[in-house]
Design a protein around this ligand. Structure first.
Ligand SMILES: *Cc1c(COP(=O)(O)O)cnc(C)c1O
Length: 358
């Protein structure tokens, strides 16, 4: 089993046994029997077999040892609070997921240096941890992960990569030198808009043990039912991202035709500032597009006129959605709309956009 699409289907599932299912159902437990001794599972805040199976599957894709969390923010906050102490300096993306910056500002006492994802790597002397997001949500900027890893390690810093947009099928940051991968799996990895999930992966066993211990003492574990749903959904990840990527390409062509659209960002478009890096670093371009309209009213009118594409936040699901980002506090233009291409027939998506834009 070498190809990522095969791992999506098979990884973390049991050896075939007569009469047994392909993916066993969720194991619901808070405590497990101890009598007789040697129990692998004792209390479910420490570990659960359904969650372990999913962690094995995601770990096979990321190329590391994986810990599952109750949400992307649960994974990010555990990572940041475990790997830093008050007074440390961290580098965060200025144009990435806004709640990561809010978490650090509101809950930790750290010195923050902001980095523009598409800009120069800043001076990293004295930095404890660098977190990058590539592609970044919502700027769609990218950075050269191998280069940032080299600079971070030369300065004695750890590098964490938020891989939510790309998913492990798009890129594997641990192969590019990152120490930790973090992701919200509420997005494309699970992809059905029906659950919250997150994970961390690393090849550094000492880091893994510290993060696992942190998850146990904080308690931000996912439910076994969500872990099972996530595992079931993972099997179609490659099909979904292929369709989302090709649907995004069709939507970008349509958006570029309309004068009301002032700028389109999608790493797969040859005119996009991220394109050159995207062709080197990403295995698929993904379904997330941004389009800038003159103002909030125009953007809201376009979203309101769509009938197949739903007004909703988030991205990566089978349903196509559109979201005006400034309403949530993202520091972006009021007319910026983030589209997430779903898995519908591209003809319906293009027709929906065309009708909404005219
Ligand atoms: C959504 C998102 C998160 C947060 O994940 P949740 O599952 O919503 O907690 C973190 N990083 C990025 C890039 C995201 O898009």
């Amino acid at each position: 089993m070498t190809e990522p699409g095969t791992k999506c289907v098979h990884a973390g599932t049991p050896e075939p046994a007569p009469g047994q299912p392909f993916l066993p159902g969720p194991v619901f437990a808070s405590s497990y029997h101890l009598a007789g001794g040697g129990a692998e599972y004792t209390y479910a805040r420490n570990a659960n077999p359904t969650t372990r199976a999913l962690e094995a599957a995601i770990g096979a894709l990321d190329g590391g040892h994986t810990l599952a969390f109750s949400s992307g923010m649960a994974a990010i906050s555990t990572l940041l609070s475990t790997l830093t102490n008050a007074g440390d300096t961290v580098v965060l993306p200025s144009d990435g997921y806004f709640l990561t910056r809010s978490y650090v500002d509101e809950q930790l006492e750290l010195d923050v240096r902001l980095m523009d994802t598409a800009g120069q790597v800043p001076d990293l002397s004295g930095v404890k941890l660098v977190l990058v997001e590539s592609p970044a949500n919502p700027s769609m900027n990218m950075c050269d992960i191998a280069l940032v890893a080299e600079r971070a390690h030369a300065a004695g810093a750890l590098l964490a990569v938020d891989n939510t947009l790309a998913t492990p099928l798009g890129q594997t940051p641990l192969d590019l030198g990152a120490d930790v991968v973090v992701a919200s799996d509420s997005k494309a990895l699970t992809g059905h808009t029906d659950l919250m999930f997150g994970h961390l992966s690393t090849r550094n066993e000492e880091l893994y043990r510290r993060l696992e211990r942190a998850r146990t003492v904080i308690g931000c574990i996912p439910s076994p039912f969500d872990a099972w749903l996530a595992h079931r959904s993972l099997s179609t990840l490659e099909l979904r991202v292929q369709r989302q990527s090709s649907n995004a390409a069709a939507m970008v062509e349509e958006l570029l035709r309309h004068p009301a659209v002032q700028e389109v960002r999608w790493p797969g478009h040859p005119a996009d500032p991220s394109y050159e890096l995207a062709t080197r670093q990403l295995r698929h371009f993904g379904g997330v597009i941004t389009a800038r309209f003159a103002d909030a009213e125009t953007a809201d009118a376009v979203i309101g006129a769509c009938t197949v594409i739903s007004a909703a936040t988030s991205f990566g699901g089978v349903h196509s959605i559109a979201d005006r980002r400034a309403q949530w506090g993202d520091p972006v233009d009021p007319g910026l709309v983030r589209f997430s291409a779903g898995c519908e027939d591209p003809r319906d998506l293009v027709a929906d956009l065309r009708a909404a834009l005219t």
